[in-house]
Design a binder for this molecule. Structure first.
Ligand code: GAR
Length: 197
């Protein structure tokens, strides 16, 4: 059984979409994988209650209680590795996890650490992606699922979806349109990766 650990910081709507996909028969027939735990760096992350309500293990690891990024990432890795099965490395899925990870953490999970970013990378890495797309006059926006490397919002692209920018769009309206697609694409990208690894 392949264990998946999902890291969140807030609403966790992508996490919820992945959890729902993993409960469907089609996923269960195809993939020997389950969502083993949801870890948040914020105690007030809304997604925690959703996961706990489905009986998924939840962990809060408050980054503010650690002296350094390295100390937090070491503690985070220890929590993740708790779900390691012999011969079956945990897949680590960042879903709105708003922390920059240290190179040591990233290399520990190389090839099994995924992120979703709300832009068509390599355009608009970092924050405020939707406002920046609007400011540039982009006609399309979108999302990217990618392997995580030490460089922020880089790494091999696994999936992308394009979303139109509509006349009069605000950053919030565009974000909502992109998020709807995120919920479709992220579970699919995870399933594809699991099938081919
Ligand atoms: C999503 O739009 C995700 O792409 C973005 O945060 C949102 C989290 O929503 N991630 C990043 O910006 C990472 N750089 P969610 O908590 O409802 O899944």
């Amino acid at each position: 059984m392949r264990n998946i650990v999902i890291l969140i910081s807030g609403t966790g709507s992508n996490m919820a979409a992945i959890v729902k996909a993993a409960q469907r028969d089609a996923w269960r027939e195809k993939l020997d994988a389950r969502i083993a735990a949801v870890i948040s760096n914020r105690a007030d992350a809304k997604g925690l209650a959703f996961a706990a309500g489905l009986g998924i293990a939840t962990v809060v690891l408050d980054h503010k209680l650690f002296d350094s990024r390295e100390a937090f990432d070491t503690a985070l890795a220890a929590q993740i590795d708790h779900y390691e099965e012999p011969g079956s490395p945990v897949l680590v899925v960042l879903a709105g996890f708003m922390r920059i990870l240290t190179p040591g953490f990233v290399s520990r999970y190389a090839g099994r650490l995924l992120n979703i970013h709300p832009s068509l990378l390599p355009a608009f890495p970092g924050l405020h992606t939707h406002q920046r797309a609007l400011d540039e006059g982009c006609k399309v926006a979108g999302l990217t699922v990618h392997q995580v490397t030490a460089e922020l919002d880089h790494g091999a692209i696994l999936a992308q979806a394009v979303v139109p920018v509509l006349p009069g769009d605000t950053a919030d309206a565009l974000a909502a349109r992109v998020l709807t697609q995120e919920h479709l694409i992220y579970p699919r990208a995870i399933s594809d990766l699991l099938q081919h690894s």
